[in-house]
Design a protein around this ligand. Structure first.
Ligand SMILES: [Ca+2]
Ligand SMILES: [Ca+2]
Length: 277
């Protein structure tokens, strides 16, 4: 939990300086910049992407086709041919639709009075230089469980869902995210849970959630929040923990991480690979 606007503004200033620096100085910021550009250049496709959620599979196909410029999405095309991904694109919802349970931890309570709505639907990211305020703080050690009915998250090649917190890059440096870590777990039946191990205490934070800035913002841009190539956020691949399908996602604030960057702030969770009943 950290909502200091002034600190965020400071980051913007530093990023601005880095951008106008030498070529080598600018490389890190340049990388961040090109990510943003990637996001905005995908806006055209992203606009289609936003519509996919309620509209046609054709647009969704076009959108994934756009992403399949990246080598690792080629297998998805094959998968689509098998019909698995094709059915996914008919899913009406690609975001959390309910808060199944919430047990707040100690400390800040910002946004908790706006549950469940504030964590349902698409993310409202603040970009690389500032953290979104459209979040609910879990509190230290807090636990939240989200449902996605009627959609399920299914394992297909690559990341299958994305968790959006509100990190930003301190000084415009992607290796220095203002990270607030949470452990992500998934379940198919709501009873048996499988954790993505989150134990790192220094960058990079591995399979933790809460350390990649969120670029997609349903209010201010058309970046597709279900496309891990452009959306920002922390993406997760069910295959990494040997799970084929999940209907629930649980996020547990890392109780060992306390203080200023100590509590996980949840913005949203999106499904990359969805399947409907
Ligand atoms: Ca914590
Ligand atoms: Ca996968």
């Amino acid at each position: 939990m950290f909502f200091g606007r002034s600190f965020a503004a400071f980051s913007v200033l530093v990023l601005g300086v880095a951008c106008s620096g030498t070529a080598s100085d600018g490389s890190a910021a340049g990388a961040a910049g090109s990510e943003s550009l990637g996001g905005s250049s995908a806006n055209g496709a992203g606009a289609g992407g936003a519509e996919i959620n309620s509209a046609g599979a054709n647009e969704a196909g076009a959108n994934e086709g756009g992403a399949s410029g990246a080598p690792d999405t080629t297998p998805e095309g094959g998968q689509a041919g098998e019909g698995g991904a094709a059915s996914a694109e008919t899913c009406a919802s690609r975001f959390a639709t309910s808060v199944v349970s919430f047990t707040p931890g100690a400390g800040p309570t910002t946004g908790q009075d706006e549950l469940p709505d504030i964590v349902l639907g698409p993310p409202k990211g603040g970009g690389t230089a500032s953290g979104s305020l459209d979040v609910a703080t879990l509190g230290n050690g807090g636990v939240i469980t989200l449902g996605f009915a009627p959609s399920s998250i299914v394992d297909r090649p690559g990341p299958d869902f994305i968790v959006f917190e509100n990190p930003f890059n301190v000084g415009g440096d992607p290796t220095k995210p203002f990270a607030e870590l949470g452990t992500v777990s998934v379940s198919e039946d709501g009873v048996t849970w499988h954790d993505f191990p989150c134990t790192a205490t220094a960058y990079p934070y591995g399979m933790c959630a809460g350390w990649h800035p969120v670029l997609a913002n349903a209010d201010t841009n058309h970046i597709d929040p279900t496309d891990p190539a452009v959306a920002g956020g922390d993406d997760f691949d069910l295959a990494d923990i040997g799970v084929s399908e999940a209907r629930f996602v649980r996020i547990t604030d890392r109780v060992d991480q306390t203080g200023l960057a100590g509590t996980f702030d949840l913005d949203a969770v999106s499904i990359v690979h969805a399947e409907c009943p």
